[in-house]
Write a protein that binds this ligand. Structure first.
Ligand code: HEM
Length: 263
């Protein structure tokens, strides 16, 4: 009997010691030592952009906030870079345009990959977080809203600079006068941007399917599967349709249904 009491006492001590340690660890996480690195990066401000650890509704809430905040930062960098791209398009600095588009494409891939982190959250625990959101949703994301505005300016600039004020056609770049030149390379950079944006929207739908299910309604009461319309949206439709136009044109020459090559 006394030994059971001793063991209970011992485990109680360990538990309360760990509780103390956890508090101390949390304090260290939230109040970092501010050396030059931290001062330059404003780590104190950055690490206080999330709810205080003591107020989290569930441990998963921290990753939920951080993933969204990181995505918002990537979108800030993407929008800033796209504005620079517009400037370099106008100045006809094609190599800059292509290099900066490559940065944007990498950021888009990162954004898609990072959605993955949230799939470690259980649907039940997400419901606790969902209660914290008011009726907010990603449709109100400042970065995403700006990202949806930029493609029309990019297309206008493309028409002005790379289609010579629409005296050239997309078909000339891709087919009749195809030269794999700067016009083609920039057009393909636009296509990649459009493709990655669609992929992000599709990937996000799978995240929704995994957490709240596609048959549910958003916090504004809209059916979630309405997002499919956005995911199908092409920002540069002429750069997509040229491919089927070319295939169909060639198909007329070599026959739409080809004979088999076996036997
Ligand atoms: C468990 C995690 C998530 C859930 C359950 C979720 C759920 C939703 C829902 C239901 C909508 C539709 C809102 C409406 O119709 O009003 C939406 C939109 C959106 N969410 Fe999420 N989301 C999650 C994570 C994220 C993350 C990490 C991002 C990061 C950027 C994000 C960005 C967006 C964007 C940009 C939209 C608008 C999409 C469009 O118009 O195509 N979401 N989300």
């Amino acid at each position: 009997m006394p030994s059971t009491l001793n063991s209970l006492h011992f485990h109680g001590l360990i538990r309360s010691r760990f509780k103390m340690q956890k508090k101390a660890y949390h304090q260290m996480i939230e109040s970092p030592e501010m050396l030059d690195y931290g001062v330059y990066l404003q780590c104190d401000k950055l690490l206080s952009c999330q709810k205080p650890l003591a107020d989290l509704c569930t441990a998963d809430e921290l990753q939920f906030q951080i993933v969204h905040q990181v995505e918002e930062l990537w979108m800030k960098l993407m929008c800033f870079t796209l504005v620079d791209i517009l400037n370099y398009m106008e100045k006809q600095q094609h190599h800059r345009v292509i290099t900066l588009f490559s940065r944007v494409h990498r950021l888009q891939r990162l954004m898609i990959d990072q959605l993955d982190v949230l799939e470690t959250m259980s649907p039940k625990e997400y419901q606790q977080i969902r209660l914290q959101l008011g009726n907010g949703s990603g449709q109100e994301s400042p970065g995403f809203r700006m990202l949806l505005k930029l493609p029309s300016d990019i297309w206008e600039m493309f028409e002005r600079i790379y289609l010579d004020n629409n005296t050239l056609t997309v078909s000339q770049i891709y087919d009749e006068d195809y030269a794999h030149d700067h016009r083609y390379a920039v057009a393909e950079a636009l296509v990649e941007f459009d493709e990655q944006l669609q992929l992000f929207r599709w990937r996000h739908m799978f995240l929704i399917q995994r957490s709240i299910g596609l048959g549910s309604a958003s916090l504004k009461g809209r059916p979630v599967d309405l997002l499919q319309k956005g995911a199908n949206k092409q920002f540069f439709p002429k750069l997509w349709s040229i491919r089927s136009e070319m295939t169909n044109k060639w198909g007329e020459e070599y026959g739409k249904v080809r004979p088999s090559i076996h036997g």
